[in-house]
Design a binder for this molecule. Structure first.
Ligand code: MN
Length: 151
């Protein structure tokens, strides 16, 4: 199951993060959460089916330096476990001692359109408040992707 890893890492009696549930949704949302964990990073999440034709999850990447707002900047994005769609609304404090302990803020959110998906890349158009335009996620090694904006 797509959210097994998400579930295993968390104790829902202790954290107020959403429980592991998939969702049947037609919309395609994205969110960027600023996460002040032991290392500050930005979590970039795109709503996509967990598997072809399946229910929606948030495919997720941790971006240490943040999502570029302009073309010409390439950022490392490390893929992490799928998150439930409800996680897009989560902000608050993950308690000390819990996985990812620290503050989570919504840095940007909005809709996106999937332009192209290949085994190695995702091309999409973001429509958020801070981020808008065409972006690429390019898979180059294990969990490592590049995230950049195109003109
Ligand atoms: Mn995080």
């Amino acid at each position: 199951m797509a959210l097994e890893q998400y579930k295993q890492k968390r104790d829902f009696k202790k954290t107020s993060e959403p429980k592991a549930r998939t969702a049947k949704t037609a919309s395609h949302i994205f969110v960027v959460q600023k996460h002040a964990a032991s290392h500050l990073h930005y979590d970039f999440r795109l709503e996509l089916p967990a598997r072809p034709g399946g229910e929606g999850v948030l495919k997720s990447w941790a971006v240490p330096k943040g999502v570029p707002e302009k073309a010409g900047i390439k950022r490392l994005a490390v893929q992490v476990e799928d998150h439930p769609v409800a996680y897009a609304k989560f902000h608050g404090i993950i308690p000390a001692g819990e996985y990812g302990a620290g503050q989570v803020e919504i840095w940007d959110k909005g809709k996106y359109q999937l332009v192209e998906q290949t085994p190695k890349s995702l091309k999409f158009k973001l429509n958020g408040k801070r981020l808008s335009g065409n972006y690429v996620l390019y898979h180059f090694d294990k969990r490592n992707w590049f995230l950049f904006k195109t003109k």
